[in-house]
Write a protein that binds this ligand. Structure first.
Ligand code: GAR
Length: 232
């Protein structure tokens, strides 16, 4: 497999990836898609991945437009980032819904109303049902903080620490019915150091997430515009 030595800029710091981690595959480039691919981002937490998608667009590393941020709880910090960067957002509170299906259908309706082409689960802490998965087949991706298929489900970072593995990482994958099981798009390996706490490890994993998620979006966007043409 071709492994290039690439430098990435983040917060004005240049990282030599080979010094820190391993990303594979590392063949992504940002294709110039016209019109730009329309993204829907789903988030439940701090929104750091959401923010790095925005930064990648601003840096021209990602040729995309975020049509909407959808959050499932009103306290989600991603909202603050949407306001900061003037990205449209909507709160679809799962607590206001009688069932998972009702919530999923509201999310789906919003995505369809905005003609979203690619849905990115960026820290979306909910299982999505078949209605969304089938409607966005090959156009729904998730980021997970482990080297899948290891450590699926919740608290993947703690799972890796508990198992005393020495390398973990993060994965962007397509979403299918079984949780954290769809085809892998890109992964980054992150060593676990002896002195790591969950927080220090999380920081290094998330640093790699911020790099691979925009790369994965570019890769899938290119596929959507070539092979998976929407037949609507
Ligand atoms: C990320 O580390 C992501 O991998 C994880 O939630 C975090 C969200 O951070 N997702 C999962 O665990 C999904 N199973 P963020 O809100 O700062 O982007």
């Amino acid at each position: 497999m071709k492994q290039e030595n690439k430098n990435y800029m983040e917060n004005n710091i240049s990282y030599d990836l080979n010094e820190h981690s391993l990303i594979s595959p590392l063949d992504s480039e940002s294709p110039l898609l016209e019109p730009k691919i329309r993204l829907g981002v789903l988030a439940s937490g701090n929104g750091s991945n959401f923010e790095y998608i925005i930064k990648s667009i601003q840096n021209n590393q990602l040729n995309a437009k975020i049509s909407i941020l959808i959050v499932n709880n009103p306290d989600c910090l991603a909202i603050k980032k949407a306001i900061k960067y003037k990205i449209p957002y909507v709160i679809i509170n799962h607590r206001d819904c009688k069932s998972r299906l009702e919530h999923d259908m509201l999310v789906l309706k919003k995505l369809e109303a905005l003609s979203v082409e690619l849905v990115v689960m960026a820290g979306w802490m909910r299982i999505v049902g078949e209605e969304i998965i089938n409607r966005f087949k090959n156009r729904l991706i998730n980021i997970h903080p482990s080297l899948l298929p290891s450590f699926k489900g919740i608290d993947a970072i703690q799972q890796a620490i508990d198992k005393r593995v020495t390398i973990t990482g993060c994965t962007v994958h397509y979403v299918q019915k079984e949780v954290d099981s769809g085809s892998i798009i890109i992964q980054a390996a992150v060593p676990i150091k002896e002195k790591d706490s969950k927080e220090t490890l999380k920081k290094r994993i998330q640093h790699m997430e911020h790099i691979i998620l925009p790369l994965a979006i570019s890769k899938v966007a290119k596929k959507i515009r070539t092979s998976f043409k929407d037949k609507k």
